[in-house]
Structure formats: C-alpha cells, structure tokens
Write a protein that binds this ligand. Structure first.
Ligand SMILES: Nc1ncnc2c1ncn2[C@@H]1O[C@H](COP(=O)(O)OP(=O)(O)OP(=O)(O)O)[C@@H](O)[C@H]1O
Length: 490
C-alpha cells in the first residue's frame, strides 16, 4: 500500500530524516514511535504530501506520491493532525461535511444522499452525532478531536494518518477510537499509520511499530520485539520496566520514578510487626510489600501492607468465600485491597515463626500447620473432592529486593522444604497410606520490602534459598509438632 525508500529531508537547511525506508501493508495498523524531535511529525508531513522531501521516494498503491494531484491525494489519504484550528466557525456537521470535498465534482456540486448517509455514519462512529448542530469552537479538546476524526473518515480514505490521536481523549474515548481504527483496518482494509507517545497503547493496538531515533529507523517489527526494555531505555534515555499485559499477550512498559529519601531506607520485617491472637494472626507492614500469594484475598502478584491468617471452624462453608473473607476483613478494619488474607482451621497458638539473617538481607518466616487432610501429591487422584479440612499456610517475608524470578524460586524452595518436614515427621496420607507431601489447601505468601540487597535467585543453594529452606523446614516441623501436642491435649 505504502512504500517508502531512502526518504531524506527536513526544513530549509536542517536535515531531519535520514534515508528512511519501510513498507506498510493494506489494512495494517502501523505505529510510529520515537522521542521528542526524532522526526515523527516531519515524516507524516512528507508521507501526506504536505512537506517536500529532498531524496528518496514515497509510493502509494504503486504510484509515486508526486504524481498525485491534491484532489486525487485527498481521495486516497486523510490526516488527523496533532493540533488543529478552523479559520471559520462551522457547526459540527458542517465541519465533518468538509471531508466530502474530495468526492464532489464541479463548481456547483450538489449534496447527495450518499454524502448525507456517509456523514451521519461517521458522526455515529465517532460519537459526535448528538451535538452535530453545535459550533465547533464551543467544543472541548476531546470533542474537537473526535469531530476532526469524523471529518477524516468522511473522506473515505485508503490511508489514514494520525498524529497522536489520543492526545486530548479521556480513557474511554482513547479505547473507542483505537477499537474503531482496528475494526476499520480489519473489516474495511483501511490502512492506519499513527504516531504514538503512549508506548502501551501502541503496543496494544498496532500490528507493527517503527521506532525512530534522531531521524533514522531504529527498528520496525511487531510490538513485542520493538518494546524491549533495553532498547526503549536506550532510545528514550530513561528507566522503564517491561511487564506482560494482565489480560493479553502484549507488552506494557512502566515508568519507574526516581526513589527519594525515606523510600530507600532499608526496613526489616520481623516479629515486632506480628500479632498472634485467637481469631487471627496479623502482620502490619509500615510500607506496601511486593507480594506473590495464593491467599483468599490479595492472590497473584501485587502490593500489600496487611497480612491476615484467620482461624475458621472446621465446618467453615459459605457460598462465596472471597466475598465472605473481604467482608470479614472490612469488619475488622482491614482494607481488602491492601490485605493478603488466608484461612486455616488450626489453632493459631501453634504458629511457628523465625527470623534468619544473612550478611545484607534477612527472611522472616511464619507457618501454621494442620494436616488433617494430608495428601500424597503423587496419588492425589485417589482422593475424593470433599475431604476433611487441614492446611499449611506459609508466609515468607524477604527483607531485600527480589527479582521476579526469585519469587518463583522462593515458592519452589519453600515447597521442597515443607515436603521434607512432612516426610521427617512421618505425616501420612490416610487414604493411600503413603508419605504425605502437603494438604489439599496449602497456601503460600512471598512478600518483599524491595529495598536493600538485590536478590536475583532463590533456588535451594543460593544465599536466599538457604535461609528459606532452613526457615520453612524448621517452622513447619515446629508448627506441626505444636499442632500434634494441641490435638493430644484436647
Ligand atoms: N517547521 C519547522 N521548521 C524548522 N524545523 C522544524 C520544523 N518543524 C519541526 N522542526 C524540527 O525538526 C525536528 C523534528 O521535529 P518533529 O516535529 O518531526 O519531531 P517529532 O518526533 O514529531 O517530535 P514530538 O514528539 O515532539 O512531536 C525537530 O528538531 C524540530 O525542531
């Protein structure tokens, strides 16, 4: 659809673009990225015939851009510029109708039924039909943006150029605009070429991205390849982190603000933050901790300040334990969004906890362990679904800065240590009469202060892994022993 070869040029004596070459296919949503001043708008101006270029070529549908008359060009391309103002004040409908100019002929052209239905359709699509009789200059920035998009669509172009189209739009209209662009690209084969400053939106919606740096192409590829952490940091000269989108296989880049003063002071989570009661064990951290857990609330990854291990009766049963637990936390003064909440039927005074220190970091471990429903994982299929309750809840607080992978290592290491504790205490699966490896409802939490020593790994023989192994093993043995004694006393 669009072939750009060796495009070179700029303004007067100032060279901006240096030998830029790329192709865009029909029906593609193509994003142009780059820091301020890298030449994005200059490139768009050249591609849309507004700015002349010194060298190279631009071909649209196989024909050189310079061979198109301005009217022919208006039938093929439309532009939604970054900043627009109108010389005269038209109504919204009149403004949109200007887009039909390219399809009208002669001096005294008449307004056809086709023109009318086209204008009404694009006003509906962009959500401006309701205020079509209002004057353009009375509209908000976002409303104007949508009216100008409607005008561009009324042109029925084959290629639509957009310069930061979401600039003035609120969250919902950003999504609507880009959903519409993608729909038109896929269903009507409209080719959309758009400049983006928001890397995440570009990554979510575009088929391919082109990254410009100082007037040259750094890379053209699919979003996952272009949005590499090191590449973006290098081109934009700032610290960012790349993470997967929670719902889609798309990359998302996050700005990481500079840390100041108090945010950098190391903090040690230990038993001074812990309260053991009859009804709940609670740990209140003075700062949010980065967590990975299988709690009833606060599960998955997140940031949490409060940690609750709640005692429930053996016969605890309710329709929706997530809702019930959130209600319980709220009633007891905890904000569920900030709390990792777990449940256990064991008596909480059987809890075991231990602080273990290495040279520049430490680990605080807390375990409650009941094994009424001990299970051998290798023979789990022999168990019926409804078994007696019994749970091992393991909390691991790391006073250090954990890498993402170290969270997974920590869970693996802690699980291995727990299994060994069960083995050494001869905990048996009553159904299979073999050694148990855990219970059917065990839960785990890894929470880190993300301050102080960087801890990349937590496998069993790493410095962190050694503390977790020792601590989880000792605490599980102690908690199980306490629990056995407690049951004997009853
Ligand atoms: N009309 C002009 N006359 C002279 N120089 C210009 C003109 N327009 C832009 N430039 C210069 O060309 C370079 C590229 O500008 P351009 O607007 O293409 O960058 P951009 O990547 O779109 O930047 P931004 O992200 O800030 O919009 C800049 O150094 C800019 O100062």
């Amino acid at each position: 659809m669009l072939e750009v070869k060796g495009l070179t040029g700029g303004y007067h004596n100032k060279a901006v673009l240096d030998s830029v070459s790329f192709d865009v296919h029909k029906g593609e949503l193509f994003g142009i990225l780059g820091p301020n001043g890298s030449g994005k708008t200059t490139l768009l101006s050249m591609l849309s015939g507004v700015l002349d270029y010194k060298g190279g070529s631009v071909r649209i549908s196989g024909r050189d851009l310079k061979d198109y008359s301005s009217k022919q060009l208006a039938q093929v391309i439309a532009v939604l510029p970054q900043h627009s103002s109108l010389a005269f004040s038209y109504t919204v409908k009149e403004t949109v109708s200007l887009g039909r100019y390219a399809h009208q002929s002669g001096w005294f052209h008449s307004w056809s039924a086709e023109d009318e239905s086209n204008v009404q359709r694009v006003m509906e699509q962009t959500g401006v039909a309701d205020f079509q009789d209002l004057h353009f200059d009375r509209l908000s920035g976002g409303e104007r943006q949508r009216v100008l998009l409607a005008q561009a669509l009324a042109q029925e172009p084959e290629i639509l150029f957009l310069d930061e189209p979401t600039n003035h739009l609120d969250l919902s209209y950003q999504k609507d605009l880009l959903d519409l662009m993608r729909k038109m690209a896929k269903e009507q084969k409209l080719t959309v070429i758009s400049i983006f400053h928001d890397l995440n939106l570009a990554g979510l919606y575009c088929d391919r991205l082109m990254l410009l740096e100082k007037g040259r192409i750094q890379v053209v590829d699919v979003p996952n390849e272009v949005l590499q952490q090191e590449r973006i940091q290098g081109v934009y000269h700032t610290t960012i982190e790349k993470h997967p989108h929670p719902a889609l296989p798309k990359p998302q880049m996050f700005i990481v603000p500079e840390k100041h003063g108090q945010d950098t002071i190391p903090l040690e989570i230990d038993d001074s933050y812990l309260t053991v009661g009859f009804e709940m064990i609670q740990l209140k951290s003075p700062i949010p901790l980065r967590t990975m857990s299988s709690g009833v609330t606060g599960s998955g990854t997140g940031w949490h300040k409060y940690f609750v291990n709640r005692h429930v009766h053996h016969g605890y049963d309710c329709e929706d334990h997530h809702v019930e637990m959130a209600d319980y936390l709220t009633t007891h003064g905890f904000e569920p969004q900030e709390t990792v909440g777990m449940m256990t039927a064991v008596f909480l005074d059987t809890v075991a906890s231990k602080l273990l220190r290495a040279e520049d970091f430490s680990v605080f471990i807390i375990v409650t362990a009941g094994v009424g429903n001990a299970i051998d994982a290798s023979l789990a299929d022999r168990h019926s679904w409804s078994s007696a309750p019994g749970t091992i809840n393991t909390w691991i607080f790391v006073n250090g800065h954990l890498a993402e992978e170290a969270y997974i290592h920590s869970i693996v290491t802690a699980t291995e240590a727990k299994v060994k504790a069960l083995h050494d205490l001869h905990v048996m699966d009553k159904v299979t009469n073999t050694c148990a490896t855990g219970t059917s409802t065990d839960s785990m939490l890894i929470a880190a202060t993300q301050r102080g020593a960087k801890l990349q790994y937590a496998g069993t023989i790493t410095p962190l892994g050694k503390l977790i192994s020792r601590g989880v093993y000792d605490c599980t043995v102690e908690a199980l022993t306490n629990n056995r004694k407690r049951i004997e006393e009853l």
